[in-house]
Design a protein around this ligand. Structure first.
Ligand SMILES: *Cc1c(COP(=O)(O)O)cnc(C)c1O
Length: 369
């Protein structure tokens, strides 16, 4: 007797996700399909966090957008697919960026796929090993600058005035065009805008891009309301909150260790037009949120990403939310970018001799806890 077929021939398989440019084709600036460079970024999960809701506030609906599940494990891929595709369209041969790590990793990967040369400038000794290793293995020319991110960004801006090379920092408007697709996805997923959208703010491109995306969706009738944009900086790197450049930004969240953000004005506009806030959280609050996310939801995000959840906790303390509010946090990058931080903030592993008694002794001790 033939085995009954469970083959999905009769079932409609979901079609393959094509990446953000093809999926949102009408809303993005790429002109020719032939110039698309994609690693099928986007379509990341929007995870309902019922466990965190119980801890923070059972009357809200809390979601996290897992941007660490993009191809190079951060949201930067959404912008990079558009920036690199446009670079190809415009006949560029090489791209350049300054980076706290994730832009470098993403630029390196997309440039490799496009056959372009990539130069990445990183602040000396202060980017995570995961991010550095990505940029290196994808074949980027990695240049360490004796200085911080802001110094590196100033240098690449100058360089593009002297050499025919495409800047792929978020000063490149195509980056923001691609990044706005995350707001489209949140809206498509929820069927409406959330009440609040929390995200970390470093160079401030992402908050600018999300706001652009939400507004565009409202314009074309796919939304009837807009969220309040809730941007958070680390207390030691909070130029927008302080209203002045921070010369020596310092925080455990290396991805937002930025003292003079390029999209400063965009962030202020997002805040003011949406009736949102830009506020700070301390490194202690960031690490607490980072551990809470990992421990209660199984979601591992890098410290900079946990800033968004730390922001929600802070605003809950201030009694901001109403019953039924929908709150979305963007988890911008994957926690495995920086495994050192995870180990530093976890319980030590245990060691035993290889016999059952030792193992049982551990069970008995743990069960009593
Ligand atoms: C780039 C980055 C940020 C900051 O985004 P901006 O657009 O620079 O404000 C936050 N978290 C992670 C993980 C990043 O890679």
């Amino acid at each position: 007797m033939p085995i009954r077929s469970t083959s999905p021939n009769s079932v409609r398989r979901p079609s393959v996700w094509p990446g953000v440019i093809l999926y949102y084709w009408d809303l993005l600036p790429v002109k020719n399909r032939e110039s698309i460079v994609t690693l099928h970024e986007g379509n990341t999960p929007l995870l309902r966090c019922s466990n965190l809701e119980r801890v923070i506030n059972p009357d809200i609906r809390l979601y996290v957008k897992l941007e660490g599940l993009n191809p190079t494990c951060s949201f930067k891929d959404r912008g990079m697919t558009v920036a690199i595709s446009k670079a190809v369209e415009e006949g560029s041969r090489a791209v350049l960026c300054a980076s706290t790590g994730n832009t470098a990793a993403s630029a390196a990967a997309y440039a490799a796929r496009a056959g372009l040369k990539a130069y990445v400038l990183i602040p000396q000794g202060s980017i995570s090993l995961g991010k550095l290793s990505q940029a290196m293995i994808h074949g980027a020319r990695v240049i360490e600058v004796e200085g911080n991110f802001d110094t590196a960004l100033r240098l690449v801006k100058e360089a593009t005035r002297h050499f025919p090379i495409t800047l792929v920092n978020s000063l490149n408007p195509y980056r923001l065009e691609g990044q706005k697709t995350a707001a489209f996805e949140v809206s498509d997923h929820l069927g409406e805008a959330p009440n609040y959208h929390f995200l970390p703010v470093g160079n401030a491109g992402n908050i600018t891009a999300y706001w652009k995306g939400y507004k565009q969706y409202l314009e074309i009738g796919r939304l009837t309301s807009l969220p309040k944009m809730m941007g958070f900086q680390a207390a030691g790197a909070a130029p927008i909150v302080l209203g002045k450049v921070v010369e020596q930004p310092e925080t455990v969240a290396s991805a937002i260790r930025i003292g003079n953000p390029a999209s400063w004005q965009g962030a202020l506009a997002a805040r003011d037009e949406s009736n949102g806030v830009i506020d700070t959280v301390t490194d202690e609050e960031i690490i607490a949120a980072y551990k809470l996310l990992a421990n209660t939801e199984g979601a591992l995000a890098e410290p900079a990403s946990a800033v968004s959840v730390a922001g929600v906790i802070k605003k809950q303390r201030e009694r901001l939310f109403r019953k039924g509010d929908t709150v979305v946090c963007t988890l911008t990058g994957h926690g495995l970018k920086d495994p050192d931080v995870a180990i530093r903030h976890s319980a030590q592993s245990m060691r035993i001799s290889p016999n059952l008694d030792s193992l049982v002794a551990i069970f008995e001790r743990e069960e009593k806890k």
